[in-house]
Design a protein around this ligand. Structure first.
Ligand SMILES: Nc1ncnc2c1ncn2[C@@H]1O[C@H](COP(=O)(O)OP(=O)(O)OP(=O)(O)O)[C@@H](O)[C@H]1O
Length: 825
């Protein structure tokens, strides 16, 4: 593996003067690039002005030409203005290639060196030097000054390893800020070679760009890894998109980073195709916030919507977490059956017609965090929502037609309803059928059918009968009450009634589950799992399609990719995602991050958004917080369909130092015996620290099984705060304090006043995030939270890039060194 070899490779130490000289060499190149960019900006501005003038000519030909020019100029200006910062980051020095063919970017295309490129005495000349950046820049003679990182010519920058170097002799990462080169880091791919460039020996600077990148302090937002993508990651990023790209890898192997870079790569490869939109599904709003800056830093954003799984449904945003038992019931396939029953049952249920907003979401939390529903607040037995006084479902239809009074009684109405429901169409779409069956029954009751033998006259009579009856107020009112137009929210609200839910979920959920689910649906705000239920209900009841929002007509809209250019640049990622979601129900490519956590109901929801899409699915079964992996795998396979899969495994942990990875591996062995941990790429020499929270004059904090007495709580709060403060002193970046979900509120209070480098997180929220240092509070509490608790603990233990402190409470049964029972050898 490249990273390991790089680490083991001894690089020649060089003096400062050589380093300065090499920085100078790169500075000269960067100056040339900037000069060229400025020329292009002038060109672009000229084009814009010129185009504006041509617009005044007014002939269709001149207008079309103006549009095309504005389009091209817009591309230049946007890219240049956006990517001036740090856009040149790499360089490769290459041997002579096998043939002399050049690609469209002006670089030679050969991957392997020419015979004789390396002389028998292991000397060689560098035949080509390429600089790699966020966009491609050609000089005035169309020679490449910078190669776009996604272009084929840039692939050797990422793919080349000392084991399989191809033409690459030296790979250099250039660190720059604005117009200034700050440093260079080299990796030699052919260390055995004595190579010369323009007659001078090729110097090697630094100890590898990867290690430099990994050692940097973390902030609250993820950085791109474009300068140091590793070979096994590059294979995933550039995998052909014809099918399903399926990626597994342990914590810290770069799955999220790779998924984001893949989105940028796909857009570069085939912008027209992906103008249909790329959807990235993330498990939490926190992870969305953490990752949403990466694509803009790669020059891509307009076509990509990053959304949390709890905000995939228009107008719904999850603000609650369900308890594990409720989540299990709501997320499983069983819920699908319940929802189907509920949708039909809601028809017969007074007070559920559309527009009922009993389950409208509560105000959204500004932090992007979800709150945790507490099912243990079992205050009083529920009696339905007394504030609503629903009208009763009508049991008799009475109309006057052709001067006669006609009636249908309850048994007949039931028969008609059952008959109408025997179709498979969504309930709302069955309403016209029910209406027709009612008219049929009334017609036959009227006896008018036997009055004419002439079929034409009979048909005429029937049609005027239908017209008469259906325009009668009594009939209209009856139909609205008897077959109301359902909305997903109204059905969900109806399910909050325990008695009804019990009926609809008979032999599907047990009584305990019915009680908990009904109770959870009563509180304000939607949970992540409610959102998937709403989406399913939308499919079941068939919401009438809203008329498409008409956008302002703009002649430039014809040109693919324009949206990302000019006027909308002010949009935030969130606004853009919302706009994309409103305009689209389906995407051209769907990327699922942390796929191991999705429930069957969530897979169904995401599957509906990618029915014709290609997919990239990344995940790690060992980090799954869902308790029924087989059921989820079945739902996943249904969502992905029969498309062929291309499987990849990422094997190197770039996040955790070996010391932390070794501790996490103990939990992995308990959670999933026999699974392999990814190999940590570096070591810091700092062992995880164990601390016991001891109440003054008592045993370790926290009574077993509970959240602890006052003294124990105080000890825990004090210890955690002290440890967080200690870590804040030791690292430059962020500190995350991970607690069991039901301690989130108090943990935030423990840390009050320590500043914004430290955050408190519930165990489920830690997913995908990382910090310079973490404090994991009471591993046993986290492990006992749910059937998947050990895997959730594994996630918590693998968030730190530098230091980890474990704080034990009584439930952890720590030994004299503070090591909890769970983490002992
Ligand atoms: N090639 C690389 N160069 C520099 N940093 C990298 C590279 N690959 C991964 N990283 C860094 O390693 C860390 C972990 O990456 P990422 O979050 O994508 O991993 P993950 O596999 O999604 O982890 P998890 O499963 O725990 O969520 C990030 O800080 C990322 O920037």
């Amino acid at each position: 593996m490249a990273a390991q070899v790089q680490q083991e490779m001894a690089l020649d130490p060089v003096g400062d003067s050589v380093r300065d000289r090499e920085i100078g060499v790169e500075q000269e190149h960067l100056d040339r690039v900037y000069q060229r960019l400025e020329e292009k900006i002038h060109e672009a501005e000229f084009l814009m002005n010129d185009a504006a003038q041509r617009g005044q000519v007014g002939t269709p030909g001149a207008l079309a030409e103006r549009d095309a020019q504005v389009f091209r100029a817009g591309i230049h200006l946007n890219r240049l203005n956006n990517e001036f910062e740090d856009f040149l980051f790499g360089r490769i020095d290459l041997l002579q290639g096998k043939d002399g063919k050049k690609g469209p970017d002006g670089a030679y295309t050969a991957v392997e060196p020419a015979e004789g490129a390396v002389r028998p005495d292991n000397t060689a000349d560098i035949a080509e030097t390429l600089h790699i950046g966020r966009i491609g820049v050609l000089d005035a003679e169309y020679a490449p000054l910078v190669i776009d990182w996604r272009a084929p010519a840039a692939a050797p920058f990422y793919r080349s390893t000392p084991v399989d170097p191809g033409r690459v002799v030296r790979r250099r990462v250039i660190r720059s800020k604005g117009r200034k080169v700050l440093g260079v880091e080299d990796d030699l791919m052919r260390p055995e070679l004595k190579a010369t460039l323009a007659g001078n020996e090729l110097p090697v600077i630094g100890d590898g760009a990867l290690m430099a990148a990994l050692g940097q302090a973390r902030s609250h937002t993820m950085r791109d890894i474009v300068a140091s993508i590793q070979a096994e990651q590059d294979l995933v990023i550039r995998a052909p998109a014809a099918s399903v790209t399926y990626v597994e890898g342990g914590p810290g192997t770069g799955k999220t980073a790779v998924a984001l870079h893949r989105a940028a790569y796909l857009l570069y490869q085939d912008r027209r195709r992906y103008a249909g939109g790329i959807l990235i599904v993330s498990p939490t709003p926190l992870l969305v916030a953490y990752t949403e800056g990466v694509l803009p830093s790669l020059g891509e954003e307009g076509q990509v919507a990053i959304r949390a799984v709890g905000s995939l449904v228009d107008g719904a945003e999850a603000t609650q977490y369900d308890t594990p038992a409720v989540a299990r019931a709501k997320g499983s396939y069983r819920m699908l059956k319940v929802l189907r029953q509920a949708a039909r049952g809601a028809l017969e249920t007074p007070g559920t017609p559309g527009g009922n907003s009993a389950s409208a979401p509560a105000g959204q939390l500004s932090t992007g965090q979800l709150s945790f529903g507490d099912e243990e607040t079992e205050a009083g037995e529920e009696e339905g929502d007394g504030s609503r006084a629903p009208a009763a479902t009508p049991t008799r239809l009475r109309v006057v037609a052709f001067g006669r009074r006609l009636e249908l009684e309850a048994p007949e109405l039931d028969r008609i309803r059952n008959n109408a429901l025997s179709g498979t169409a969504p309930v709302n779409l069955l309403r016209p059928r029910a209406r027709k069956l009612l008219l049929d029954a009334l017609w036959s009751r009227s006896g008018a059918g036997s009055r004419h033998t002439d079929p034409e006259l009979a048909a005429e009579l029937r049609s005027s009968f239908d017209e008469d009856v259906s325009s009668e107020d009594a009939f209209i009112a009856f139909l609205d009450a008897w077959w109301p137009e359902l909305t997903p929210r109204a059905v969900l609200a109806a399910m909050a009634d325990e008695r009804r839910l019990g009926r609809w979920a008979r032999r599907i959920l047990n009584p305990g589950e019915v009680r908990r689910v009904a109770r959870s649906l009563k509180r304000d705000g939607l949970s992540v799992h409610d959102v998937a239920m709403l989406d399913e209900l939308e499919a079941i009841v068939g919401t009438p399609t809203r008329p498409r929002k008409k956008r302002d007509l703009d002649p430039l809209d014809q040109l693919t990719g324009l949206e990302e250019l000019m006027p909308q640049r002010e949009e935030t990622q969130r606004e853009r995602a919302e706009r994309l979601a409103q305009e689209r129900t389906e995407y051209a490519h769907v990327i699922v991050d942390e796929a191991q956590d999705l429930t069957p109901m969530q897979w169904r929801m995401i599957g509906r958004r990618g029915r014709h899409a290609t997919w990239t699915v990344v995940g790690d079964p060992a980090q799954s917080s869902w308790s029924h992996p087989d059921e989820a795998a079945e739902a996943r396979d249904e969502a992905l369909g029969s498309r062929p899969r291309r499987r990849f495994t990422l094997t190197v942990n770039y996040r955790n130092p070996a010391e932390i990875a070794a501790l996490a591996a103990k939990v992995l062995a308990l959670a999933m015996p026999g699974s392999e941990s990814p190999r940590a790429v570096r070591s810091t020499g700092v062992q995880p620290r164990f601390v016991t929270a001891v109440p003054a004059g008592g045993a370790a904090g926290g009574a077993a099984g509970g959240q602890g007495s006052g003294g124990a709580r105080e000890a825990l709060s004090k210890t955690v705060r002290e440890e967080a403060a200690r870590l804040l002193d030791q690292v430059d970046g962020t500190v995350g304090v991970v607690v069991a979900m039901n301690r989130r509120g108090e943990a935030a209070r423990w840390l009050a006043g320590l500043g914004d480098r430290v955050v408190a997180l519930g165990s489920l929220e830690a997913k995908g995030l990382e910090y310079d240092a973490t404090v994991v509070v009471s591993p046993a509490e986290i492990a006992d939270e749910s059937p998947a608790g050990l895997r959730v603990l594994y996630v918590a233990l693998t968030r730190a890039t530098q230091q980890l402190t474990i704080v034990s409470a009584a439930r952890d049964e720590p030994d004299a060194d503070g090591v909890p029972d769970l983490l002992r050898d």
